[in-house]
Design a protein around this ligand. Structure first.
Ligand SMILES: Nc1ncnc2c1ncn2[C@@H]1O[C@H](COP(=O)(O)OP(=O)(O)OP(=O)(O)O)[C@@H](O)[C@H]1O
Length: 233
């Protein structure tokens, strides 16, 4: 299968400071990757680097065989990179439905299909962005990325700050998207076991470098290594 995304020796950061140091990995269409590591090791920086929001100091980022290391963010989004940022960024003056319709692009993900996956969003379709619970905001953030019909979805800490029952609900949805719908994803998550149970492969970062790469299942099965690498609470 052709590679969707391939990073080769990527170094990137903010201005002169280098956060990612020689990062290389590849992802095929339909594949799913957990991106793990302790706080501050560069996980979010890797996602924003894929979106073109950092300074790339070296290396190549190939997307569908084109080097996009210098391509602006809006063109990456048009080329099929969908990003769900940690901050969610809801607009208080837009309804749920408007959040979705203003960014919709043609493809298999449309309003009807998203409402079927996220019935809560259909119930809240007329609510404003600031009238939603944290879980509803996260669902809307994911739906808003999906309705752009991305080829790869980047999820930055989707479970952060959510009540356990909402985490369960979101896990069921993500499981469906990844396992049954074959969505390609990279999931950054502090709750390492949740991310590993969703994905096929895993990489662990430490101080901007990849220190572990394996199947998600083998890391799940090796509690000692997992705890050493990510210090799971
Ligand atoms: N906008 C920014 N400008 C300058 N430095 C930043 C910026 N964002 C992050 N950093 C720095 O980059 C390093 C990596 O941060 P990053 O947020 O990528 O880590 P992370 O692994 O996602 O951690 P967390 O789980 O805490 O979000 C940290 O030292 C952080 O202070």
């Amino acid at each position: 299968m052709p590679e969707l995304l391939a990073l080769d020796n990527v170094s990137a950061g903010y201005g002169e400071s280098v956060v990612l140091d020689g990062v290389s990995f590849a992802l095929q269409e339909g594949d799913s990757l957990a991106l793990l590591g302790r706080n501050g090791v560069g996980k979010s920086t890797l996602l924003v680097t894929l979106m073109g929001l950092t300074q790339v100091h070296g290396g190549t980022i190939r997307w569908c065989d084109n080097n996009i290391a210098r391509v602006p963010t809006y063109r990456r989004a048009h080329a099929g990179l969908g990003w769900v940022p940690q901050e969610r960024f809801m607009f208080p003056s837009l309804t749920v439905e408007e959040h979705l319709t203003v960014v919709a692009r043609p493809g298999p993900w449309n309003l009807a299909r998203l409402y079927e996956v996220f019935p809560r969003l259909q119930e809240r379709r007329a609510n404003m962005g600031n009238q939603l619970s944290g879980g509803e905001q996260q669902m809307l953030a994911i739906a808003r990325a999906l309705i752009t019909n991305p080829r790869l979805l980047l999820l930055d800490e989707p479970m952060e700050g959510l009540a356990p029952i909402i985490v369960q609900e979101l896990m069921r949805v993500l499981q469906r998207l990844i396992s049954h719908e074959g969505l390609s994803v990279i999931v950054v998550e502090q709750h390492a076991r949740l991310a590993l149970s969703l994905t096929r492969r895993a990489i662990v970062l430490d101080r901007g470098r990849i220190v572990h790469a394996s199947s998600s299942q083998s890391l799940l099965d090796d509690a000692q290594t997992l705890d050493r690498l990510v210090a799971v609470a």
